[in-house]
Design a protein around this ligand. Sequence first.
Ligand code: PGA
Length: 310
Amino acid sequence: MSEGAILTYEKVAPKERHSVSSACGAGDVFIGFALNGKRDDKSWRARSVSCIIARFLVGLICSMAQKLVVGNWKLNGAFATNEALLGACCALPRVDAAVCVPFPYLAQAVSRLNGMALGAQTVSEFQSGAYTGEVSAEMLAEMGCRYVIVGHSERRALFGEDDATVGRKAAAALRAGLVPIVCVGETLAEREAGQVMEVIGRQLGAVLDLIGAQGLSRSVVAYEPVWAIGTGRAAGADEAQEVHGHIRRWLAEHGASAAEMRILYGGSVKADNAASLFGMPDVDGGLIGGASLSARDFMAICQAAAGGNF
Ligand code: PGA
């Protein structure tokens, strides 16, 4: 076995696990190939360099091509049910998976991820100080989080988070090395008024103002039409694709690395509609609410994102 191939999850800090899971597999074949020669000749250094480059390139290609499925548990969970749920979920080949759990369960979840990544559902825009009840991005990073959802429509509608607040939260996440999952999406009234891209452009624009095109390029965008969240009425695959295509063009026009960014769809994704949604060229995965509370459904959605049976 090559050195590369014996790099296991246990030997990697939680924050790095996501990229390692993307980079292993084909990457280790390259690395095994690169390390199989004798160590004493001059070419050793060149081989090491090519090994690192191979891992980087394969990791980059895999993580770009792989879909990302993120579970959003919302205000649900208890030690016993979390134990059962996480125990029945795991990372699958050819798909990146993450679970965003309530704050009190981060410590429980971090040791039961089975190769998935960890995330939180919101974050303070502040780093530290007299902000009772807040949780900073640095704290989330220290807990082993890789992702944090910002601007979920429930936080916008129920907790008064405006576009600028969402931008500041995205900035706080990036400052701590987290990947913000920036949620955008229109209400039914806005859709019926033909304002879908106007609304999304305003929401993304406020984030762009705070984190710039470079920050946006390091973020994940989740298109979540408000009328589809928790209603059982998901956007049709073509409907989702149309908006995702617009979002990618908007990102490109505003200087972000749009082609490499992941744009997730969220809103009533279930085991039976996941494959058609994920089959769309600009749908790079899903943000899953209700169905992420069932291991069977969540794993079926991950499997659909991985491209079906394996
Ligand atoms: P849902 O929620 O899958 O239950 O519709 C999605 C979300 O709110 O992120």
